[in-house]
Design a protein around this ligand. Structure first.
Ligand SMILES: C[S@@+](CC[C@H](N)C(=O)[O-])C[C@H]1O[C@@H](n2cnc3c(N)ncnc32)[C@H](O)[C@@H]1O
Length: 459
């Protein structure tokens, strides 16, 4: 389905690679060394329009096309489509970035965008509004497969790669986001940033965010703020946290359901997952998708298969979600150690694990040194290690220490498949192999995907 992207002047010749300003043939600007800076390539192809056939999806919310010997990363497109692109950024010799501004031959997965703010040059919050939910999951699976082969070194025919699917979470592709950060412009008006820009696109609503949370931020002005964080808990209470222009939180307020004036002081929010309630610091980490905590706990428990008496490490534990959910299987003869750096998250984890004598919280950094010390103090080999690091992944040093433990199962929860791929390569070199990898559509409409990988000793 071809779609209009707003008013555009007629351009009969752009399809043949000719820019409208007549500067044809365009040349790459020659690199000129800027004192103290990187080479200034000038505008290069920026603004140029041409027609391409879109190739495979790549990590980051775009597809790959080629034009005149260069790679073009095309947003707002789908593999196999014939589109007109407009170059939005040309800073590297090897590639440039572009938006598909007209669809000449649409892929079967293309749909009308449900969000009026998305599209070329508009809000940069979503990548796949123009793709059916099933199509989004197929794209995400392709990206995970690519990272596991290219970075993780797995064979494309390995069943872990070949059979990988990205599973749907309940609730549909809209209104799933229970936590969000909105930007605020110099006039105090909230919105979201344009793709790869500091510009704030002013919004009345964000259809992927839970409505009460979106409106709590977007229906008012925030003079002097740089951003506003918002989170809605399982009872519907909405916490907003104002941040200054350096990103420092300055004030927090909580709105209970049905109220439009702050009625309660800021405190811990209540979340429900895995059949029980959890306390979370207002700004502390919790899975963003309302259904993700349940789905990930089930996947981690399935992969870990914790047995009575076992020792479990829950690294990057946040409020103790995985450790708390696995502790009953380890029983009182087992031991579950949750490790987390953030003091507020540790306090919430302490509260969440209070009724589980086999579970404890250690506040500290998960790095090679800290982990080595922790393992010494633990005095026994962990049977199961669960790790859920931030986007950058655990890294090579931590992965090597974990592989050296000889744990019978390492369950790696990853929000970036590239980091997972890099760390899987380290585990493989250290004697582990991925026995299963599951993907979860925990961020519909965006290019993000959550994975749960089970790594086991190769021998
Ligand atoms: C992706 S969250 C996972 C939280 C938890 N597993 C959950 O699902 O709710 C990552 C957590 O790791 C913590 N963290 C980040 N870097 C860390 C480090 N080097 N050592 C320990 N904790 C860290 C963050 O504070 C955050 O709570």
């Amino acid at each position: 389905m071809a779609e209009a992207e707003g008013p555009r002047p007629p351009h009969p010749s752009h399809a043949r690679g000719e820019p409208r300003d007549g500067a044809f043939p365009p040349r790459l600007a020659r690199s000129a060394r800027v004192p103290g800076g990187r080479p200034d390539r000038g505008p290069g192809w920026t603004g140029r329009e041409f027609e391409v056939t879109v190739g495979p999806v790549a990590h980051g919310g775009h597809c790959v096309a080629r034009f005149e010997g260069r790679v073009v990363f095309v947003r707002h497109s789908l593999p196999g489509e014939r589109v007109v692109v407009r170059v939005t950024e040309d800073r590297q010799p090897g590639y440039c970035r572009a938006d598909a501004v007209e669809v000449l031959e649409a892929a079967p997965d293309r749909v009308e965008r449900p969000c009026p703010y998305s599209g070329p040059g508009r809000c940069g919050g979503c990548d796949w509004q123009h793709v059916s939910p099933e199509g989004q999951r197929r794209l995400a699976a392709d990206v995970v497969r690519e990272q596991l082969t290219r970075l993780g070194g797995l064979d494309a025919g390995d069943p872990v790669v070949r059979d990988l699917v990205v599973e749907e979470l309940p609730g549909g592709p809209l209104r799933w986001r229970s936590r969000a950060r909105f930007a605020v412009d110099r006039t105090g008006t909230p919105g979201l940033r344009r793709h790869r820009s500091h510009d704030v696109v002013v919004l009345d609503d964000c259809p992927i965010t839970v409505e009460t949370a979106a409106l709590a931020v977007l229906s008012r002005r925030w003079p002097g703020a740089g951003a506003v964080d918002v989170a809605v808990d399982s009872a519907g209470a909405v916490t907003t946290t104002r941040l200054d222009r350096r990103g420092v939180p300055t004030s927090t307020r909580v709105l209970q359901p049905g109220e439009d004036v702050a009625a309660a002081p800021a405190g811990r929010a209540g979340r429900r997952a895995a059949g029980r309630d959890w306390e979370v610091e207002g700004t502390g980490f919790w899975q963003v998708h309302e259904a993700a905590a349940d789905a990930l706990v089930a996947a981690v428990a399935d992969a870990a298969d914790v047995r009575r008496g076992e020792t479990v490490l829950d690294l990057y534990a946040g409020a103790g979600l995985f450790g708390g959910a696995l502790a009953p299987a380890a029983g009182e003869s087992g031991r579950v150690v949750c490790v987390e750096a953030d003091a507020g998250a540790c306090a919430a984890a302490e509260a969440n694990l209070a009724g589980l004598p086999q579970a404890e919280v250690w506040q500290g950094e998960v790095d090679a040194e800290g982990l080595t010390g922790l393992l010494e103090e633990l005095g026994r080999t962990p049977d199961v290690v669960v790790l859920d690091p931030p986007r950058a992944g655990a890294g090579a040093a931590v992965s090597r220490v974990l592989a050296d433990t000889g744990a019978r199962a390492v369950v790696y929860v990853a929000c970036d498949p590239a980091s997972l791929g890099r760390d899987v390569a380290v585990f493989r070199a250290a004697g582990y192999r991925p026995a299963a990898v599951r993907g979860f559509a925990a961020f519909p409409m965006t290019a993000h995907v959550e994975c749960v990988a089970l790594l086991v000793p190769s021998a």
